[in-house]
Design a protein around this ligand. Structure first.
Ligand code: 5GP
Ligand code: MN
Length: 336
């Protein structure tokens, strides 16, 4: 309540606002940012969303997408200026400034009031106002609740609602993860009442594969999926050459790790992607295995208990060897 009052006071007069979210935004990152942006614009604020990198084209349908500033060498100066001049800086769907790359330092040095809205574990202490709820299913869920607490539920129209729905839908794995509470369904009921088109959103996000993406999936499942039965673990490692061969675009590897986890008996899954800068890793688990801890301890990462990510600066094959050699240390949790 204290945080809501502080935010209410802050937003009482029109402000210059910057909203940012994590590297390679997913539907929750972008949906919560654009949903919040839509709301703040309706309240008369000047709003700019800046993403630290590009994002999958299956998110381009979101309202406000055309106005997003994607950070890069060409937009660096503009981004710095916007961040410097912002009176309010919203940080959405990430809990550590390292998750927004170069923007992290700009935001750290910014003079404006920083507001964190997030659901990741172990939030860093850099914000002046914080809405951090690690039990929330999605950042979009918290954004909806913040808008409601500000008394502005009625301002959530179809475009805003569809952005928020996309975030909640994807972060709950289409309403199947344990984070899918009654509250989540109540919010969705409100959004449906407003008239959002859930069929369109599902189609846009899940049924929009390019032909090469689908063939890439086929190849990966046939040739690249490895199962370590002894430790109820499955993983996929994709080389840079394979990404090139299938003309892989941002977002084309999204969801791959879930196939590894969908094998009967598998409790721990990993996806290794050889990006040019480093090896990017996704971890997923079922039950009590904390991939947040695993990613934090061994792969410079973090996230949630059952979904986390990390990064590795050694070659792909060595990264995979390291991963496999760590499994016996977790035998207690992986076996029985
Ligand atoms: P994904 O595997 O889908 O990229 O990410 C799964 C979850 O882990 C997301 O909530 C994401 O924000 C988080 N995550 C992914 N990569 C990293 C990382 O390198 N560091 C941290 N702290 N979190 C990550
Ligand atoms: Mn999220």
């Amino acid at each position: 309540m204290q945080q809501i009052n502080a935010l209410k006071e802050l937003l009482a007069s029109p402000k210059k606002i910057m909203i940012t979210t994590h590297h390679k935004p997913d539907a929750d990152a972008l949906g919560s940012s654009l949903g919040l942006a839509g709301y703040l614009k309706k309240k008369g604020h000047q709003v700019q969303v800046i993403t630290p990198s590009d994002y999958p084209s299956f998110l381009n349908w979101m309202s406000g997408n055309e106005e997003v500033l994607v950070f890069g060498p060409k937009t660096d100066a503009k981004a710095q200026q916007i961040i410097r001049e912002a009176e309010v800086l919203f940080c959405l769907d990430f809990s550590a400034l390292s998750r927004i790359n170069e923007l992290g330092e700009y935001v750290r040095q910014a003079k404006g009031t920083k507001v964190l809205i997030d659901h990741h574990l172990q939030p860093e202490d850099f914000a002046d106002i914080m809405f951090s709820d690690t039990n929330a299913a999605a950042t979009a869920e918290i954004v909806y609740e913040v808008i409601r607490a500000l008394g502005d539920e009625a301002l959530v129209d179809v475009p805003i609602g569809e952005c928020l729905y996309a975030g909640i839908m994807t972060d709950t794995g289409s309403f199947r993860h344990a984070s899918t509470t009654r509250n989540v369904h109540m919010i969705i009921a409100d959004l449906l009442h407003n008239g959002i088109d859930i069929c369109k959103i599902h189609r846009n996000i899940y049924d929009s594969y390019s032909e090469t993406r689908l063939r890439f999936l086929g190849y990966v499942l046939k040739d690249k999926l490895k199962v370590v039965r002894e430790y109820n673990t499955a993983f996929i490692a994709v080389t840079a050459a394979e990404l090139k061969e299938y003309n892989s675009q941002t977002g084309d590897t999204e969801g791959l790790v879930n196939f590894a986890l969908s094998i009967e008996g598998v409790r721990f899954a990993a996806l290794f992607i050889d990006r040019t800068e480093a090896v990017k890793i996704s971890f997923r688990s079922v039950g009590d295995i904390s991939v947040n801890e695993f990613a934090r301890q061994h792969f410079n990462g973090g996230g949630h208990k059952n979904a986390a990510g990390g990064i590795s600066y050694i070659p792909l094959n060595e990264t995979v060897d390291k991963f496999v050699s760590l499994l016996p240390l977790y035998a207690d949790q992986l076996i029985n």
